[in-house]
Design a protein around this ligand. Structure first.
Ligand SMILES: NC(=O)c1ccc[n+]([C@@H]2O[C@H](COP(=O)([O-])OP(=O)(O)OC[C@H]3O[C@@H](n4cnc5c(N)ncnc54)[C@H](O)[C@@H]3O)[C@@H](O)[C@H]2O)c1
Length: 247
């Protein structure tokens, strides 16, 4: 098992599905108390399924006005503090740049970038006050490369990396690290939607390790960054892409 997160409280957005759900399980198996947040009301059942006690699900649209401070208030009422924030809630809405609708652009930026910032800001107020915290943002290989039909997604994830750098600078003196992790395609509902069929097979051929990532591999990297051992790592965007972006 290695790491021990006993006594730690981790807020994980998008925890009803995919990477967020795997991260929740990974932390819960190592003793953390999980506050899972998701648009889907299946978050309640997802939290009930985790090992250990005291987990709490919050059904919330993180793009709604005031959502982030409401989540942090509810987390503080339920668990007393916040040690770790993982921003995993995200959407992928694909079209060519010439055809992309305003709705697709606005929704992508609103969920992937704005909601992640507002959650980091609200959690960061608690963490900087107590002098310790870990924030990990789910970016993507799309933060460092261009992908066909991914104009809104790439822009949202590159923005998330810029945000990560500034928060890391401002909060490092107060004991809070802020990092981004950037996977290649991960085999989750979102990954399968964006990379189904021939397109996915072609993509796998471009990844030196020859496959897509599994959610547990991403969870393990996030857990490392959330641990005490990672205190000197902040402001980074760590690729977990089987070598794709280095070729
Ligand atoms: N799967 C991949 O291939 C891949 C690759 C790189 C990065 N990522 C990133 O990882 C993160 C998680 O992706 P995933 O594959 O687990 O996706 P997923 O679709 O399986 O899960 C995303 C979760 O976010 C929730 N969500 C969406 N909009 C929300 C909102 N407005 N408020 C609250 N919750 C909301 C959804 O309900 C869902 O449960 C995303 O930020 C994604 O961009 C995924």
């Amino acid at each position: 098992m290695g790491q021990d997160f006993s006594g730690k409280v981790a807020i994980i957005t998008g925890a009803a599905s995919g990477i967020g759900n795997s991260v929740a399980a990974y932390f819960a198996e190592r003793g953390a108390r999980i506050i899972g947040v998701d648009l889907s009301d299946s978050i309640t059942a997802a939290m009930a399924d985790l090992p250990g006690d005291g987990h709490h699900g919050i059904t919330k649209d993180l793009t709604a006005e005031g959502a982030a401070p409401q989540v942090i208030d509810e987390a503080l009422r339920a668990a007393g503090t916040v040690d770790i924030l993982v921003n995993s809630a995200g959407v992928v809405l694909l079209d060519s740049a010439l055809d992309l609708s305003d709705m697709m652009w606005d929704s992508t930026i609103s969920v992937n970038l704005s909601a992640s910032f507002k959650m980091a800001q609200a959690a960061g107020r608690v963490m900087t006050d107590k002098g310790h915290g870990r924030i990990i943002n789910l970016a993507s290989q799309a933060s460092v490369i261009g992908l066909d039909q991914h104009v809104a997604y790439c822009a949202s994830k590159a923005g998330l990396v810029g945000m990560t750098k500034v928060l890391s600078m401002e909060w490092a003196p107060r004991g809070v690290t802020v990092n981004a992790v950037s996977p290649t395609v991960v085999e989750t509902p979102l990954g399968k939607k964006a990379w189904a069929g021939d397109k996915g097979d072609a993509m796998k051929k471009l990844i030196p390790v020859g496959r897509f990532a599994q959610p547990e591999e991403v969870a393990a990297l996030i857990a490392y960054l959330a641990g005490d051992e990672a205190a000197m790592i902040t402001g980074e965007n760590i690729l977990i892409d089987g070598g794709y972006s280095s070729i």
